[in-house]
Write a protein that binds this ligand. Structure first.
Ligand SMILES: O=C(O)CCC(=O)C(=O)O
Ligand SMILES: [Fe+2]
Length: 264
């Protein structure tokens, strides 16, 4: 049984089990070191997708497990730190997916595949972004049921989704150098995604105070250099401009590893 580290409790955000947001998980120079290695990889390492590109490290993930490849040392520095400091993985992290998003790119709401141990750690680099969590469609109530159950019939707005057992959508602001870990219901009952537009609104995100405490050095993401009026407007609407690329490192464990290619 993986218990996790006591200190992690200080970084829990929101009300749902379990979302952990650690600001400043790595230093500026560690960020540069990772970016240098990521952009120093051969171009062939990038797999272009429709709305982003990615590098796959650790091997090929199949439904039945991992065809492993050794992680390079510049990545094991990081995965070992996450493994040790979180105490949430039963064995060493063996797979890292690196996503690169241009300012107007995102990732469709999705759930991570069944081959992974159900804890994911995402390190963010570059531009900030807001990640949205939505309850899984299987938890959506039929609007007709909601109207029938609601005796005064007045609380249901047309077009507003309702979910079972108090599930509801929420968002998290992902600042550069932060680590987001999610597991339990956040992992199993919710989809996660990032909208493909260059401005994200962080109003009401579950980690607003945690993320903004660390915002002083990142002020340029939050305000415009074009003058005071616009600066006030951006702060009032709590928008971030995704002025440059965002790079994320999704670190996971595939528990089942195929030792012998030919028996796979
Ligand atoms: O880029 C991110 O923060 C999310 C990536 C993700 O959800 C995934 O790789 O499954
Ligand atoms: Fe994901």
């Amino acid at each position: 049984m993986v218990e996790g580290n006591e200190k992690l409790n200080n970084y829990k955000v929101g009300t749902l089990p379990t979302l952990i947001y650690i600001p400043d998980f790595i230093t500026d120079s560690e960020q540069s070191f990772l970016l240098n290695n990521i952009y120093g990889a051969p171009t062939s390492k990038w797999k272009p997708l429709k709305n982003r590109r990615l590098q796959n490290w650790g091997g090929v993930v199949h439904e039945k497990g991992l065809l492993p490849q050794v992680l390079p040392p510049w990545l094991t520095n990081l995965t070992q730190k996450i493994y040790e400091e979180s105490g949430l993985f039963p064995s060493a992290i063996n797979h890292v997916l690196i996503n690169e998003y241009l300012p107007n790119q995102g990732i469709m709401p999705h759930q991570d595949g069944p081959a992974y141990f159900p804890v994911v750690a995402i390190l963010s680099l570059g531009s900030p972004a807001v990640m949205d969590f939505t309850p899984h469609p299987r938890l959506k109530l039929d609007p007709q049921d909601v109207i029938d159950k609601d005796s005064d019939g007045g609380n249901f707005e047309v077009g507003e989704d309702k979910w079972l057992d108090d599930h509801h959508p929420f968002s998290v602001l992902l600042m550069p150098r932060s680590l987001l870990i999610f597991k339990d219901m956040a992992y199993s009952d919710y989809l996660h995604g990032i909208r493909d537009c260059a401005v994200h609104c962080y109003n009401g995100v579950v980690n607003e105070t945690h993320a903004l405490k660390h915002m002083e050095s990142d002020r340029h993401f939050f305000s415009s250099s074009e003058g005071a009026v616009e600066t006030i407007a951006t702060e009032k609407y709590k928008n971030i401009s995704r002025a440059s690329n965002r790079i994320s490192l999704t670190c996971r464990l595939v528990p089942k590893v195929h030792k012998n290619l030919f028996r796979f």
